[in-house]
Design a protein around this ligand. Structure first.
Ligand code: MG
Length: 303
């Protein structure tokens, strides 16, 4: 099986045909939440059911446990200071790894009620933290601690660290999951991993204020499993996890191509010295492949 399937001619300029998919590590149970930490030359990711965070050292290929137990971490990203921001199923909070090495709470409540189990997170250029809060971490003891939802809904929230205010920005999806902004931050993309609706990625227009969304459209649906986590490149192409690998979509939703991965993919991030290496978490393993694209925003973009 080839590592690549091309559905649109543009895909050829986004991948490097001679670059093979590598499996860097295996032995996890359900890997998720990769983030590239430039200052550490490392990738950090979650192994949710094992309640641990793993670390791949890019300088020598070594993989080690970064933290165990960790509170059933899921998604990770970096803030503008380079600190890791995490979604915790166990702690039912969004947390941040402070400069002193301790995890501190960013937000754990909405409207006085405990969050369900934050799943994935992105930091906007204004410093606000946007995260999804489905119930996977409280549905059973497998990926967290079984509990009843206090909020009774699964939303996407915006948290403003300056004011401490948290608002529900997307309330129309029953299982919001991965999320990311377009390079100009005028569109927020959110995947829905509902079992009762078609797996899809929805595009929300960000309001003029930059603090909410005011229009929604379905961008793409999946015919092979769900879309979980995803990232955008500088050109606005969307690189997403899917049941059959990593799919690349143009900004208008055209399927460009697929990177074939032999396990169900949960999430991915750009990393490496030139940020042109995709790190992919897929069920039990961490994969990597060099591509001809770079990430859209944040510390990863080298802008
Ligand atoms: Mg997810």
């Amino acid at each position: 099986m080839s590592d690549y399937d091309t559905f649109d001619g543009r895909f050829g300029s986004l991948v490097i045909g001679s670059a093979a998919v590598e499996r860097l590590w295996t032995g996890g149970r359900w890997t998720e939440g990769p983030v590239y930490v430039p200052a550490a030359k490392a990738v950090v990711w979650s192994d949710i059911p094992e309640d641990r965070i793993m670390r791949y050292d890019e300088t020598n290929g070594a993989v080690s446990v970064f933290e165990y137990p960790c509170g059933y971490h899921n998604g990770h990203t970096l803030d503008a200071c380079g600190r890791i921001v995490a979604c915790e199923h166990g702690g039912r909070r969004v947390s941040r790894l402070g400069f002193d090495g301790r995890w501190e709470t960013v937000v754990d409540r909405f409207d006085g009620k405990r969050l369900n189990s934050p799943n994935d997170v992105v930091v906007k250029s204004d410093g606000s933290i946007w995260f999804s809060d489905p119930s996977y971490g409280i549905d059973s003891d497998y990926e967290g601690h079984a509990a009843k939802s206090e909020i009774g809904a699964c939303n996407v929230y915006r948290h403003d660290p300056r004011s401490g205010e948290t608002t529900a920005v997307v309330t129309s999806l029953d299982r919001p999951n991965g999320l990311a902004f377009s390079p100009d931050e005028r569109t927020l993309f959110v995947s829905n991993t509902s079992s009762s609706n078609p797996p899809a990625i929805h595009a929300f227009r960000v309001a003029e204020s930059g603090c909410s969304v005011d229009a929604e459209r379905m961008l793409v649906t999946s015919d092979a499993g769900v879309f979980d986590g995803f990232r955008l490149d500088q050109a606005g192409n969307l690189w997403t996890s899917c049941g059959d690998g990593v799919r690349a979509y143009a900004a208008d939703g055209t399927l460009l191509g697929r990177i074939n991965i032999p396990e169900t993919v949960s999430n991915l991030c750009f990393g490496g010295r030139k940020r042109n290496r995709l790190y992919i978490t897929a069920t039990s393993s961490l994969y990597a492949v060099y591509v001809n694209a770079r990430p859209a925003v944040g510390l990863h973009s080298l802008r």
